[in-house]
Design a protein around this ligand. Structure first.
Ligand code: SMG
Ligand code: MG
Length: 375
């Protein structure tokens, strides 16, 4: 494949309701979308890839405008060197970009765009590429921190009525045992889990252990990103299964977390780990070790939501993912919206990772674009 032109779109898409976590309140999603125009044996194709980075470096060290910078200055030039030798395919992007340290969300966006173009050129769906035969995946929803417990109960009931099969509650110090107890009392049987986004320290172990009373599926990332050993220690004192999100950014890291006893479950986010191919490798490592995985989310638009659903069709994804309907976050998505039906999201059958975004939606939300002639 030869890429002739790359456009880095910066979009700002309002959320239907603010989404509050221990680190921020998001009112809109800033999305960097990579569009590649490529020549393939099948003719000219366009591929799209979404970058998971938020506007600010609050979930991880990456942020949207930093991703634009690193893509333009350091990642695309590496790709162009590779393509001058005719070595460019989705499967080689990771290797070409490996000399650049970190910046996995930026790398994932590029790999996704190339993979999308490659699959479109060969009229292959992402599920076919992965060997996924599942036609749909269970849909879970992530519920932000609310202003009050009555408000939380209202919001959760709304999602339960929509059919979501599992509820994840964001927690932080001061918003943990009480909201969890209230939701558990209102919904005694609903699969329930919590996510702290690194808001606690090991000193809170006794307090966090009080969550063991609520029959949670798991507790996600209670401690800091670098605190692998401390997660292992906490896992020994809690009966709730320990799940890592931020701490696992590669298959090697997943293997270490499993060996240390720091992860009984892994949240796999394709963007966090550098793309769908590394996400698949983490799935394979975890499955071989008997560790459950599920697909996390970064408020994906239609450019990545369907690809997440396809990935979650792999057999090791045994827990419902943060793969909700587009309407969970967006009044208008960039593509045909994903809908929840009987608690499930369909695995897409279209060629590529995503549908081509609607031009008027891109125009509506675009706040900046960089046009790069690369050939
Ligand atoms: O895409 O449904 C989604 C969001 C899921 O809670 C979610 N993501 O730590 O798992 C997580 C968070 C990260 C993004 S918070 C703005
Ligand atoms: Mg998380």
């Amino acid at each position: 494949m030869q890429i002739d032109h790359v456009t880095l779109h910066e979009l700002r898409i309002p959320l239907v309701t603010p989404f509050t976590t221990s680190f921020s309140t998001q009112r809109a999603r800033t999305v960097v979308a990579v569009e590649v125009a490529a020549r393939t044996e099948a003719g000219e194709v366009t591929g799209w890839g979404e970058c998971g980075a938020l506007a600010e470096p609050v979930y991880s060290e990456e942020y949207a405008s930093g991703a634009v910078d690193v893509i333009e200055r350091f990642l695309l030039p590496r790709l162009m060197d590779a393509q001058s030798l005719d070595l460019l395919s989705a499967e080689t992007v990771g290797e070409h970009l490996a000399p650049i340290v970190g910046h996995r969300m930026a790398k994932a966006a590029i790999e996704s765009a190339v993979l999308d173009a490659q699959l479109k050129a060969t009229r292959t769906s992402f599920a076919q590429y992965l060997g996924v035969t599942a036609r749909s995946v269970a849909s879970g929803v992530s519920v932000g921190i609310q202003d009050s417990i009555p408000q939380l109960l209202d919001v959760v009931s709304g999602y339960v009525d929509e059919g979501y099969q599992r509820i994840k509650l964001k927690i932080q110090p001061g918003w943990d045992t009480e909201p969890v107890a209230a939701v558990r009392e209102a919904h005694p049987d609903i699969p329930l889990q919590v996510d702290a986004n690194a808001a606690y320290t090991l000193v809170d172990a006794a307090h966090l252990s009080r969550l063991d009373a609520f029959g949670l599926l798991l507790i996600e990332q209670p401690l800091g990103e670098a605190d692998m050993r401390q997660h292992a220690e906490l896992a020994r004192v809690m009966s709730t299964p320990m799940c890592l999100d931020e701490s696992v950014v590669s298959a090697e890291g997943a293997a270490d977390a499993i060996a240390l006893g720091a992860a009984a479950v892994i949240n796999i986010k394709p963007s966090r780990v550098g793309g769908y191919l590394e996400a698949r490798r983490i799935h394979d490592v975890a499955r071989a070790a008997g560790i459950a995985v599920w697909c996390g989310g970064m408020l994906e638009t239609g450019l990545a939501r369907g690809a997440n659903a396809a990935l979650a069709g792999l057999p090791g994804f045994t827990l419902p993912g943060d793969i909700s309907a587009s309407s969970r976050f967006y009044e208008r998505d960039l593509t045909t919206p994903f809908v929840i039906e009987n608690g499930r999201i369909a695995v897409p059958t279209f060629a590529g990772l995503c549908e081509e975004p609607q031009a008027d939606a891109v125009a509506e939300f675009e706040v900046g674009a960089r046009h790069l002639q690369v050939a």
